[in-house]
Design a protein around this ligand. Sequence first.
Ligand SMILES: Cc1cc2nc3c(=O)[nH]c(=O)nc-3n(C[C@H](O)[C@H](O)[C@H](O)COP(=O)(O)OP(=O)(O)OC[C@H]3O[C@@H](n4cnc5c(N)ncnc54)[C@H](O)[C@@H]3O)c2cc1C
Length: 381
Amino acid sequence: MRPLTSDVLVIGGGVLGQAAAYHLVREGARVTLIDRADVGQATAAGAGILSAGTTARHAGPPYDLSVRAFNYYPTLMERLASDDAGETGFARCPLLLVAREAAERREFEEARAAIFARQAGTGWPSVEDLHEITPDEARRLFPPLGEVHGAILHRAAGRVDGRLLAQALRRAGERRGLRVRHGSATRLLIERRRVAGAVVDGETLAVSSVVIAGGAWSPAFAAQLGIELPVAPQRGQIIHLRLRDRPTHDWPIISGFRGHYIVAWPEGRIVVGATRETGTGFEPTLTAGGVREVLSEALRVAPGLAPAEIVEMRVGLRPLAADGVPVLGPVPSVEGVYLATGHGPSGLQLGPFSGKVVADAVLGRAPEVDLEPFGVSRFRA
Ligand SMILES: Cc1cc2nc3c(=O)[nH]c(=O)nc-3n(C[C@H](O)[C@H](O)[C@H](O)COP(=O)(O)OP(=O)(O)OC[C@H]3O[C@@H](n4cnc5c(N)ncnc54)[C@H](O)[C@@H]3O)c2cc1C
């Protein structure tokens, strides 16, 4: 075995792995991060919507995690700035939930009832930050919109560029001593129910803790750990458009009722997405049907996007847990192994905070949230 040079090995260089590694080195741990850079990494494809107040979730631990994660962003941005980490693309911007057709009115009313009941119950966001607006107001905020049959404006939302965020976390981590290696972790070394190291590209590394943040690929370690880890790839195809000469930087994010969305960025970049395909396995390919679905839904909601230029198409595999809830925290069967995966469609929002929470658990500190509801043991009947 190679001599012990790190306390912790983080497997995976997406947002979860980079966030866990960064928070560990901030607290003085010696950390190595291994990333295989698989084609289909979710972080590199993510749309970057940050919004807790408009999800359909009822109040409860996953909703609480998402609010805390959203509220952690400004602190993280200050920390990254003080580590001179570079751009992340983070900005606060409003989100508009719109019903496009009369037929969506019933769903709109159900969502409205749930959102405002939760707002009344939890006191967050404030009424100023979350309220209904008229169709005319909606079109004024986002001019390409077509007909609107209901709109809720949510001001406490934001966006982040997943690629830039992961790079910034890495840069900030490296400034604090994080070592990053390209490679593939194939096996853990376990001695008397405790992790002792890992095999990386045939080489054995000795470490005392391992964080598995391998996205949709994380279940590769489940059999060895004797756990059930029902996390599977959910394919997402997403398209980047450009509307020339339009001041798009303050346009809201548009969220519709068919699981699709439109995210406006500065300088005319408009990102439209995304498919949510289960059962496609590890096939990060763009398909004719997927591209058609994304474009037709975007143009149905916002016909004014028709003249936009197509500049890029991306595809990523979201790590989706069977019950849709992130998997976070220690593996009970093997001491020293922690999971940070299963963040499905919300990993860019949740990832930085989840990484921090897992780092706390690795360091033996009480995490800011109870990890029990996110524990892997929930999958054993
Ligand atoms: C189209 C699309 C749109 C999205 N939009 C949003 C959004 O608007 N808001 C939001 O919050 N989230 C969004 N998401 C979800 C978000 O991107 C993911 O939840 C998040 O990026 C998952 O991060 P991760 O680090 O767990 O996994 P990944 O980003 O997939 O990273 C896992 C990494 O681990 C590496 N790895 C795996 N196994 C090994 C191994 N054995 N050894 C070494 N390396 C390994 C892989 O190569 C990969 O680089 C979107 C996702 C997609 C695809």
